[in-house]
Design a protein around this ligand. Structure first.
Ligand SMILES: NC(=O)c1ccc[n+]([C@@H]2O[C@H](COP(=O)([O-])OP(=O)(O)OC[C@H]3O[C@@H](n4cnc5c(N)ncnc54)[C@H](O)[C@@H]3O)[C@@H](O)[C@H]2O)c1
Length: 262
């Protein structure tokens, strides 16, 4: 791991920050890319203070010029990255498709979907030229199920298809592309929704087969695995990290009742 570098978008907070810290602890040099440049500097500094290697850059993943400029800087300073984790993203309030504010809709797609396309293109080209690399996209339980988040849910479903397409396009060039599909994780973004009364913490635990919350570090562990040589034969996969959310949701939805204490 000593010479390897990783790029983490959204690395200044939540799941991206946990991934950045985990990859740095594994010995990788880590770029923290985030729209919040101040927090990105703070995370990079604390990784360096803990003995790791880290750099930061302010970037808006939805802005092609911003991503292109940042990717060129990364290539110039540390070369093509070995790993890219695209954690930059925004959540959404519950709404119906018929009533969603289209400005909100378009922003969610711009950051979550377009932002992933732009960063995967910019760094995927560098990885293709280098003949090696691993990309991990950020899906969600929304990648697999219809939930009442009219822009967020389809954007995460589209990301699963995009992940498969990139895996096929880049596979023969030595680049693997996978995703993680987390259940609800109490990050600053989700905490803000809970505080606003938009998400119910007790309901979140009720849809965990394990009866426990999933932590940012749980997600980072899987991202680290997907980036590692231990996953050398794994590509095109959107891996649920959901404490059994999918299984519980369908099982408890059985119309004849279920023999489960919960
Ligand atoms: N928290 C959850 O429950 C959960 C569940 C499933 C998937 N996810 C996904 O995980 C990812 C991270 O979410 P989180 O909960 O850690 O959120 P978070 O808000 O804690 O962190 C997201 C980071 O992305 C950055 N960001 C937002 N827009 C950006 C942009 N345009 N350009 C660059 N950076 C930008 C923010 O500044 C922030 O630092 C998102 O893609 C989210 O959809 C989260």
């Amino acid at each position: 791991m000593e010479q390897r570098t990783a790029v983490v978008t959204g690395g200044a907070s939540g799941l991206g920050e946990a991934c950045a810290r985990r990859l740095a602890a594994d010995g990788m040099g880590v770029w923290i890319l985030d729209r919040d440049g101040v927090r990105a500097v703070g995370v990079a500094r604390s990784i360096v203070a803990a003995g790791g290697r880290a750099w930061s850059a302010e970037v808006d993943v939805a802005d092609e010029a911003s991503v292109t400029k940042c990717a060129a800087r990364v290539a110039e300073e540390t070369g093509a990255p070995d790993c890219l984790a695209t954690a930059a993203g925004v959540l959404e309030s519950v709404a119906s498709v018929l009533d969603v504010d289209m400005a909100v809709h378009d922003r969610v797609w711009a950051v979550n979907y377009r932002g992933t396309v732009l960063t995967a293109r910019a760094f995927g080209r560098q990885m293709r030229a280098a003949g090696r690399g691993s990309i991990v996209t950020f899906g969600s339980i929304n990648s697999y199920a219809a939930l009442p988040l009219p822009a967020y849910c389809p954007s995460k479903t589209a990301l699963m298809r995009l992940t498969e397409m990139l895996a096929v396009e880049l596979g023969r060039h030595g680049v693997r592309v996978n995703g993680v599909a987390p259940t609800f994780v109490l990050t600053p973004a989700l905490q803000a929704r809970v505080d606003a009364g938009e998400r119910d913490l007790s309901r979140i635990l009720a849809v965990s087969a394990l009866g426990r919350a999933v932590t940012p570090e749980n997600i980072a562990d899987v991202v680290a695995f997907l980036c590692s040589d231990a996953a050398a034969a794994v590509t095109g996969l959107m891996m649920p990290v959901d404490a059994g959310y999918q299984a519980v949701s369908t099982y408890t939805g059985f119309p004849g009742g279920v023999p489960w204490e919960g």
